[in-house]
Write a protein that binds this ligand. Sequence first.
Ligand code: ADP
Ligand code: MG
Length: 356
Amino acid sequence: MALPDSFKTLRLDSVGRTFGATQALDNFSLEIKRGEFIAILGPSGCGKSTALNCISGLLPATSGSIWLDDKRIDTLAVEDRGFGMVFQHYALFPHMTVRANIGFGLKMRGASKEAREKRVDEAVRTVRLESQAHKLPSQLSGGQQQRVAIARAIAIDPPLVLMDEPLSNLDTKLRLEMRQEIRRIHQSLGSVTIYVTHDQDEALSLADRIVVLRDGMIRQVGTPEELYERPATLDVAEVMGFRNRLAGQNAQMVGHTDVRFSSCGVALQGVAMVPSLLGSIVAAIRPDDLVPVAKGQGLAATVEAIEYRGHDYFGLARAGDGTELFFRSTTPLTTGLSISLGTEPSKILVYPGEMP
Ligand code: ADP
Ligand code: MG
């Protein structure tokens, strides 16, 4: 019951999964082309792992179907799908060497010793662990152990590689290095990688396309640039790092794309995210784009907290009406200080409706 060695398209057709009354995944439809790196991005509990597990077969879908070209695969058992899987917890066999760990899946599949050795050599080279191959997992760093887990996943030549937050246990420096590695490995395999994460930076840096998931539903699919610059809705904007939300009134279009409105007692201009806006709106701004400006120029607020983060400071201020404003500052500001915060109109995305 072998799957096609090479396929053109992986198609998910209205895949759903319920747990009792919880709809963990709802109507998930997506077409993925061979060679694509897809990130599924969303907050904790939004259904990312459920989506991945339905694809791998670890979890049966309760509705919909999954196809590799014209072959239906959601009816196959996990082992018959044979996808490569990498998880947050690498779960290596502690008493087995790196090589034995990597070759384990091949052994289970009944590959000959010779074929196994050859494939393990290749996988070890792909993840650049040649000098560590004889060691036990406990003798390796976290990053190296995760490389072993990746090598184990790709050793079986899987048509799909599925990764569930594989870097969340690593420190920042290793995470950055491993991102490059994962991208390189994906390119060298030429198959499909589906990568689940709650970290927008990871999704932006790795993926050809990002799928934003919230409450089990796809909210937007697009390239990193599309999602970073034009989140379709306020929900997606929040996932993409637009942490500041301002309630605005008296919105009026200025030309085709710009909109004027008032918020926290000041007049502001932003980019309209729907063709026309009028009346009540919600404006979204990234903390990194909101900075102290000359007194009286922007949103008046009082500094509540500020923390050093190396290259600059990250702060929280509160406007007169109680709105929380997260901002960036190049200087340390004392708490209790009255400041004005502002940004360019192009950094303010404006959506219709009232504050959620
Ligand atoms: P994520 O990976 O995005 O954090 P999950 O896919 O793990 O989210 O979970 C999505 C939703 O489904 C959550 O509400 C979660 O509580 C629920 N859920 C996941 N797995 C189970 C399970 N085995 N039994 C019951 N509920 C589950
Ligand atoms: Mg998860």
